[in-house]
Design a protein around this ligand. Sequence first.
Ligand code: NCD
Length: 444
Amino acid sequence: MTAYLIKNVSVVGAAPTDLLIRDGVVAQAGAGLSAPDAVVVEADGLVALPGLVDLHTHLREPGREDAETVESGSRAAALGGYTAVCAMANTSPVADTAGVVEQVWRLGREAGLVDVQPIGAVTVGLAGERLAELGAMADSAARVRIFSDDGHCVADPMLMRRALEYVKAFDGIIAQHAEEPRLTEGAQMHEGEVSTRLGLTGWPAVAEEAIIARDVLLAEHVGSRLHICHVSTAGSVEVLRHAKARGVRVTAEVCPHHLLLTDEVIGGSGAGAVAGSGEPGSPAGRSYDPVFKVNPPLRTATDVAALRAALVEGVIDIVATDHAPHAVEDKECEWAYARPGMLGLETALSIALEVLGPEWDLIAERLSRAPARIAGLSGHGVDPAPGVPANLTLVDPAVRRTIEPADLASRSRNTPYAHMTLPGRVVATFLRGEATVLDGKAVK
Ligand SMILES: NC(=O)N[C@@H](CC(=O)O)C(=O)O
């Protein structure tokens, strides 16, 4: 196994030091290390972070390998600085049996670029009618601990209760896609001023908030762990704040796009489309571009501000990408027919830097340590230090790069950040001491 000597790297923002990576672990840390057999990585100005962990990735295999495969998604993840991803269950067939979750887990091992931890479906076929074989998936080689019907809400409160009760036995988690389906029938975008102006059916904030309110109460009642996927509204933050203050075992994620973009982008005016300074350049002039269609939808500047504050404060625990690759024919069509979802793995760290600034400890916490803790992924989310598994990424914060869809490793092209200039570039990623990315390029 190749050894690596990383010279003058700032570990999570601390003063520069050297790291020696050997036999899968950080063997030594300190100034002026030498190791004649090691490949030297000059890291002046670079920051080392624990490898990022994504709790919400769509890999599309089995079923839609034209949009993404476990391997192409793993490569995109490694290039984004990730060392572990949790693969959502809305594949075809659905990951609702031990057989399918083991297949995804095995494909992840074969690709060997990140650890792929399958998420199992809560209900058979994501149909919301009866519980899937949660126990069999938990006992399988994939050792599933998180279950989600993501893409669909577990809308039936009795089924949700049963699922929460079932996973309690092995400290599992139900990750809810919070969307009351009766309130979002035909919905195309956030319900508000812009949807009224554009004449598109709205997806009201209350459809998310009502399910979160219900489910934190259910989780409290049965004493189980609940995770809320892709929180998108200011009201949801208030419900979560209340639940956490009561000691409910709830965690929550926010996606990069909900931290940066607003529904104004859909109108194509450009004004207000990028929350905050607008410095990254506006994606204006692309009105009704289905690349901006996503579930839950892009919301208002007020929501964006509340989500950012909640992430800093810790009411929202983590950033998760909801990387949702879609084939060209599913995106480059009329708005109403386009599938919802956007790419995220290769741009998440840049968005975090844009939104949070170079707050390295906060970034490490929200994009690596906390998601690793929630998912129970041992060896991940641990700051590089002697004896620790060498799962880490090196970032150049000084570089600003322009996102070009054609440059992405994903099989799909549906990035909402096309032609925008964003801060930060992943220079290298190591999975258990093996380089998966070097000089900004995938190693295999
Ligand atoms: N987030 C998305 O917009 N899309 C997700 C599923 C979903 O949550 O609808 C997908 O699988 O494409």
